[in-house]
Design a protein around this ligand. Structure first.
Ligand code: SF4
Length: 435
């Protein structure tokens, strides 16, 4: 009989067509876990039933099947037959990118490597694997299990030719820069090009508040430690795209197994976590406020806005001050400095950026007309200025790199055809440094 697995819901992105399968249950008991799906629940389905519902969900929301699927939880690997059938079923339906998010334990527990091999044969293309700690003692304390199978899984998956992204949560006093450096060295012993992401511990929704949020300096030290060994290190939060853009930003659609659809923001997800936690609501919300402030601070630091070269005048490309009716100011994050050599650039909208001079404000009693262009046109102009490196890191002429966020006057933007007008400010934020 076909194996069944609890499905909590499917998530469909409104930013880029792709579907997440949220499977319930987990073989770890991480103290800092913030996933209600860990504890089981959902509707028990076979892989075929889950695929059929996923097809209907995509049909309902997109009108077509996307090419990318993400399998997450909970821990997807604890039901091997279900997972393999799910992956091969996705392949049969034309999915080209199939990403598994896992703690890796069950894969590495199969010392023969046959689980990793079967995943590859079924059609898995990428794995995001958590390495909670390098020290087995810390790992056992934090998750309840040894990390040896996890480390073995990294090697097995790599040997199968599956693309890897390893991730660790920085937990002050528990998993710090020294531990992260050991993980990075381990990954580099396999391949220095393996992507590695360091996330900050977020105590607000953690099942156990084992620590505080790290300081920005601590995160930077961890980043530097990992960079000694690996070429592709990212510091981030896992859900970077939505926050802090307020609704009605396009975000995610949640489709439940009964096919009801809900547009769920981060706020809704946090509400779910609140219900799952057994801590007083008021205390969790106060912590959450602090966490948001921390998040803003990190972004500010990454951007390093404020100490810009523009103050000395060297960053200005076009004539005239920014904020005029015919110029836009473009700010770059620190990670892009090697490419742009300056923090800010003032672009004249009439100077090769778009072609228009829109009479946008003409109706306002003779107010001065403002030039305009689309964001896409501005990015194309930047690509002309900064050349191939910019195309590779930021915008290839048609799409924005997945690790880049662009904000226009403080709002995250994913529609490149949005209008940019004289006096606007664009921030280009890359969370990847180097590599
Ligand atoms: S953090 Fe992930 S691996 Fe750990 S208990 Fe939660 S769902 Fe399982």
């Amino acid at each position: 009989m076909a194996e069944r697995r609890g499905i909590q819901y499917f998530t469909l992105s409104e930013i880029e067509p792709r579907i997440w399968f949220m499977l319930t249950g987990c073989n770890f008991r991480c103290r800092g876990c913030f996933r209600p799906a860990r504890d089981g629940g959902g509707v028990l389905l076979t892989a075929e039933e889950a695929l059929s519902l996923a097809e209907k969900a995509c049909e309902k929301c997109y009108g077509f099947l996307p090419k990318k699927a993400m399998i997450t939880g909970g821990e997807p690997t604890i039901s091997r037959d279900f997972l393999l059938s799910l992956i091969s079923g996705l392949r049969e339906r034309g999915f080209e990118e199939i990403v598994l998010m896992t703690n890796g334990y069950a894969i590495g527990e199969d010392a023969s490597g046959s689980y990793a091999h079967a995943l590859k044969s079924a059609g898995l293309t990428e794995v995001h694997i958590d390495i909670k700690a390098f020290s087995d003692e810390i790992h056992r304390w934090y998750t309840g299990k040894s990390n040896k199978p996890v480390l073995s899984a990294v090697k097995m998956l790599y040997d199968e030719g599956i693309e890897l992204l390893a991730q660790t949560i920085y937990i002050p006093g528990i998993v710090q820069a020294d531990e992260i450096e050991r993980i990075a060295a381990f990954l580099a012993s396999i391949d220095e090009n393996i992507k590695y992401r360091i996330n900050p511990f977020a105590p607000t929704f953690a099942f156990e508040r084992v620590s505080r949020a790290p300081t920005i300096e601590e995160m930077e030290r961890a980043y530097e430690a990992a960079k000694k060994h690996l070429k592709n290190v990212i510091v981030s939060r896992s859900c970077f795209r939505e926050f802090p853009t307020p609704p009605p930003q396009r975000t995610w659609l949640t489709v439940y197994p009964d096919l009801t659809v809900k547009r769920r923001s981060m706020k809704d997800q946090n509400e779910e976590r609140l219900q799952w936690l057994r801590r007083p609501r008021s205390r969790v919300l106060a912590d959450f406020e602090r966490e948001l402030a921390w998040d803003f601070k990190l972004r500010e630091r990454i951007l390093s806005a404020g100490n810009s070269a523009v103050a000395t005048g060297e960053a200005k490309e076009g004539e005239g001050a920014s904020g005029s009716d015919h110029t836009v100011k473009v700010k770059f994050s620190s990670a892009l400095l090697p490419l742009t050599k300056k923090r800010e650039l003032v672009l004249k909208l009439s100077d090769g950026v778009g072609a228009s001079s829109a009479p946008a404000d003409a109706a306002e009693g003779g107010a001065k007309a403002r030039s305009s262009a689309t964001l896409r046109e501005v990015l194309r102009r930047l690509a002309e200025i900064y050349g191939e490196a910019f195309k590779k890191r930021v915008f290839d002429g048609s799409a924005v790199n997945e690790f880049v966020n662009i904000s226009l006057n403080g709002r995250l933007i994913d529609d490149l055809d949005v209008e940019v007008r004289g006096g606007d400010e664009i921030i280009i934020l890359s969370v990847i440094s180097g590599g």
